[in-house]
Unconditional design. Structure first.
Lengths: 292, 293
């Protein structure tokens, strides 16, 4: 029996090490591109565009890349590493285009980057249609999600406990929501999400919507496109969440999807951005609010 | 076999033997490959968080790279325990009724309905739970609106019933007639025979069924995720929202960025894999020991 167990363990280790070999070869390919400086042409004469930054923007950018590479002779490379890293990469020239899923901070304005808004992302706070509360401030939303406001009567509603409904960790919508509302705290020097731990977690916008629709005292958040009659969207600081208020900048729980460039990056980059702002808007509109 | 003249039957036999060997090897290779894959993806994680603090950590905050699955282990343990207790009581009783009490015509109908129960996809159980069980629990004023450990237990007990009933039924039926005749000859009543003779003789089969049921309850994901509420906190009552080990993986895998978060999910999978393997091996040992006695 023991011998067999040892044999089984051995086999597992061998398969494991085989897997190591396989995957390390793929990951080395990815890391070498990080080192690559911006080279505008390859030997075949194809223009090369390096795009680095927010993973949120990277998702539609990958679809845009696929579509654009079929109509233009370019080689586009997209790396999702985060907004801050993308802005830095655009500024120091390791990328032709940087991607950011938030407003450029004051400290980053000094880098003198050109900002191009390719889309807007908007998150609606939703409650059960029977809930009399229809207007909250961003601070109230923050307090509800941090668990300091726990009863609807504290925000002008009925005397009912608030059931906080949230997305799973890692969800882009949750990340954006936390970033915009400021749901962050420090634990031992690490910035972590400050959403109350007892919040009900649902996977996906649809599940949050369904749960909110079933819970009279619930509060949740979904992407703007998910609002329908089963739930009611709350005004934030008196502004209703709609495509118009988002584009006008009045609705505050929204963020821009930005491309940033430093100086003149050449015709190929300009053409690509031009494409994103014209024909590419259709692809962007699959998940976000297009600007054109 | 040493005959060198080409004998088609012998050649065919050898080829088919190879084919069957190959087919048998597929499932073994699959287990080894899955095991190796999980192990390989999970191991790097333990340089980030030690196994001990991973298993006993009470906080699961991936955004801050704090990974502790203690709340999920507790939730899975109580969900499985609760479901198995209900499943054993109801399941064994049902099997007894089917095999020894009801007339054959009615018991075959019940038996077929149990088979139907086994065929319902788990997402349907989950949906039923969300639409029917959760609102009923909500009436008790549960803090998380009915999404709770209790809802998980109820749904899981429905799901494991067919396994327990079927295994118990089969092993009760396999008991030799002589036992029954002997018991009655000694003056046993029907219930005395069922509880003191039949159930004892069918012990190993019933335990195998319960172990299978435990495996199913522990591994169930979709139905559980729909009704659990999924808060990664140690439950303080049966009405608390909980997150099971399986739900933890399924919820976050789709968006988890490569790095510690994804590795942590693989490590969660590794823990689950080991627990289920241990239960399977334990089951085989117990059954073997019982058969020997």
């Amino acid at each position: 029996m023991k011998k067999r167990l040892l044999l089984a363990l051995g086999v597992i280790l061998v398969t494991g090490s085989m897997a190591t070999g396989c995957s390390s070869s793929t990951s080395s390919g990815a890391s070498s591109t990080e080192q690559a400086s911006v080279s505008n042409t390859t030997s075949s004469g194809t223009e090369k565009i390096i795009v680095v930054g927010s993973t949120t923007v990277a998702a539609p950018m990958e679809k845009l890349e696929e579509a654009y590479e079929q109509i233009a002779n370019v080689d586009i490379e997209i790396q999702g590493v985060g907004s801050s890293a993308g802005i830095q990469a655009a500024a120091n020239g390791t990328a032709n285009i940087g991607m950011a899923s938030r407003e450029i901070k004051e400290s980053e304005k000094e880098l003198g980057l050109e900002e191009i808004v390719i889309a807007k992302d908007s998150i609606a706070i939703v409650v059960h249609p029977s809930n009399p509360v229809d207007d909250l401030t961003i601070e109230q939303v923050k307090d509800i999600y941090e668990g300091t406001i726990t009863n609807w009567s504290e925000v002008g509603g009925e005397n009912q406990p608030i059931l906080v409904i949230c997305r799973e960790d890692g969800s882009g919508t949750r990340g954006a929501f936390e970033e915009i509302i400021g749901l962050e705290m420090d634990i031992e020097g690490v910035t972590v999400s400050s959403v109350v731990q007892t919040a009900v977690i649902q996977e996906g916008n649809g599940a949050v919507k369904a749960t909110t629709a079933a819970q009279e005292n619930g509060i949740g958040f979904v992407s703007l496109g998910y609002i329908d009659d089963t739930i009611s969207a709350i005004k934030i600081n008196g502004v209703e969440p709609t495509v118009e208020t988002t584009l006008a900048g009045d609705y505050k729980i929204s963020r821009p999807l930005l491309l940033v460039t430093s100086g003149d990056q050449g015709a190929a980059v300009d053409d690509f951005i031009e494409y994103i702002l014209s024909d590419g808007q259709e692809i962007v509109a699959e998940t976000y609010i297009p600007v054109n | 076999m040493e005959n060198k003249s080409i004998n088609i039957t012998t050649v065919m036999e050898k080829i088919m033997k190879g084919v069957f060997w190959g087919c048998a090897a597929i499932s073994i290779v699959a287990v080894l490959f899955i095991g190796g894959f999980i192990l390989f993806n999970a191991l790097p994680f333990f340089s980030h968080t030690s196994l001990w603090s991973f298993l006993t950590g009470k906080n699961w905050i991936p955004s801050g790279e704090i990974f502790g699955i203690y709340p999920m282990l507790v939730a899975s343990f109580f969900a499985t325990l609760g479901a198995v207790v209900i499943g054993v009581v109801v399941g064994i009783s049902t099997a007894i009724v089917i095999t020894s009490i009801l007339p054959p015509a009615i018991s075959s109908v019940i038996s077929k309905i149990v088979d139907l129960l086994a065929g319902i996809p788990s997402v349907i159980y989950g949906f039923f739970g969300l639409m029917v069980i959760v609102p009923i629990i909500k009436l008790t004023g549960a803090p998380s609106g009915g999404l709770s450990l209790l809802a998980v237990i109820i749904i899981l007990s429905f799901m494991i019933l067919p396994t327990i009933i079927r295994m118990t039924e089969v092993s009760l039926k396999a008991i030799p007639k002589e036992y029954k005749e002997g018991a009655y000859a000694l003056g046993a009543t029907r219930l005395q025979y069922i509880f003191k003779v039949q159930l004892r003789a069918a012990k190993s089969g019933i335990i195998a069924g319960v172990m299978l049921a435990i495996g199913r309850a522990l591994g169930e994901t979709m139905a559980v995720m729909l009704v659990a509420g999924n808060s990664p906190v140690v439950p303080n009552s049966i009405l608390s929202s909980v997150r099971t080990v399986t739900a933890n993986i399924a919820m976050e895998m789709s968006y988890a960025p490569a790095g510690p978060h994804q590795q942590a999910l693989f490590a969660t999978g590794l823990v689950l894999f080991i627990i289920i393997m241990a239960i399977n091996i334990g089951m085989q040992l117990i059954v073997k020991r019982m058969e020997r006695n």
